[in-house]
Design a protein around this ligand. Sequence first.
Ligand code: GLC
Length: 545
Amino acid sequence: MSLKTLKTKKELKWSANDIVYQIYPRSFKDTTGNGIGDLQGIIEKLDYLHKILKVDAIWLCPIYKSPMKDFGYDIADYCQIDPLFGNFKLFDNLVKKAHGRGLKILMDFVPNHTSDQHPWFIESRSALKNPKRDWYIWQKPKPDGSPPNNWLSRFGGSAWTFDPKTKQYYLHSFLPCQPDLNWRNPQVQKEMRKILEFWLVKGVDGFRLDALYHIIKDDKFRDNPINPRYIPGHDDPYRQFLNVYDRGRPATLEILNKFCGVIGQHKNKFLVSEVFYQTKVAELKTYYKLCQAGLHAPFNFNFIRLPWSAWAYRSFLDNYEENLSEGDCPNYVLGNHDRSRVASRLESRKKARLLAMLVFTLKGMPFIYYGEEIGMSNVPVKNNEQLDPWGKNVPGFGLGRDAYRTPMQWSAQKYAGFSKTKPWLPVARNYLFFNVKKELADKKSFLSLYRNLISFRKKSKAILEGNYYPLNIRSQNVFAYVRESETEKVLVLLNFASKTQKISLPFAMAELVCNTFLSRKKGQKINLNKLYLKAFEGYLFKLKK
Ligand code: GLC
């Protein structure tokens, strides 16, 4: 192997404490001037990710060839890059440059469905006897011509679409132009395996498995039971039925196990899967058990859902910490391309700062959704300007996701330095105050908090390896815990209340690493006998061992 190849194919190891940065490529950085982000844009920002933010890996939302009806989650060719984002030359360059900096790359892999423009589906729908017919899920109509059962599409309406040519219905858990693959078909499995291998040879370091929960459906196609709690007109119509038969089937685990089998044959690869509806620790645990230790983690979305209280966070963590085994990789997500930005969900940047301190002082993998580190908030998009098919198909329930996918705010330049032209989604109005350039110069900014926490974390044995001990303190509004390794001990105090809380702890003077507002001087000694935590303020201390 020539030196050049050796360099490009550098193997990077995963660690259970890696920080992963999620990039929504359409909105990261536009270099071609079409208002849509691209691969070259990501390449140009690698130094920001590596040197300034110091993350360890990036997850790229889909960049495959796609009609973009679901903005890339509708794939027409798994082994091509959509020209909107670039080409293989750029992709190879991205891998090389990322790896050269020690940054790993996770590809978003969408196994549940393809685009209806994928050649497999075009063949499958062409005739009842086509060899690819069984690659998708086809069923006869009921005698009255209606769909085979009551399953609904996540994005509105029936999950079945009638195809006049062959007079059968095909299944789509999402849009009608996203037909679901039949994972019981061995050829589908074989083909998917080849695709994974293709990208592994290209040098990627792993995959994020999209919508895994939907991958296997009941083979008897039984109707879903009615949801007794559904309130018509008030709830998203998708909630009318309990998803007993169309998703979350026990066989999902077998499929995941097959993915692990493929990835496990390669060194230094990692999988993280979207098992969205499994949020209970016991259920997450069953997903960990499937693969060899350290190879796979199911996303933990609990921090997106927990009620806002010190107790809720503490009880979850006590349970998570206690139940995960050695080698299981805990992970934390505050937002993503499907969920509200954390600062908007909590309606407070102070609270978002508090959660940042929490995730960066825990053992495990924090996931940062692009822009989260500068405190980006949701950007309202007018109803008639909505682009997300979910919001458009099911209006009135606030389901559209455009608000969380708006252009990254790089600077105070026009369009926030994201593009020279009007971007595909509006730029936040507050970009003059919340942007990378400005926040880098401001020692108390959101970005500075992220940088402080990440730099400290990277050197802290207590955070990376230490045990977790929650403390029982008087104030129920403060979540307090110690992280302790053989050589280091740190203390975290997080005030979940909107009022100042007085703390009194039996530790001697403690050395301040930072408070969430970055208002106090680093390194100063603080008396923990009497400390006042302001509303939603957090403190990170080093304690004497
Ligand atoms: C996953 C993706 C989401 C997409 C859906 C259908 O849930 O995260 O963005 O719309 O799958 O592909």
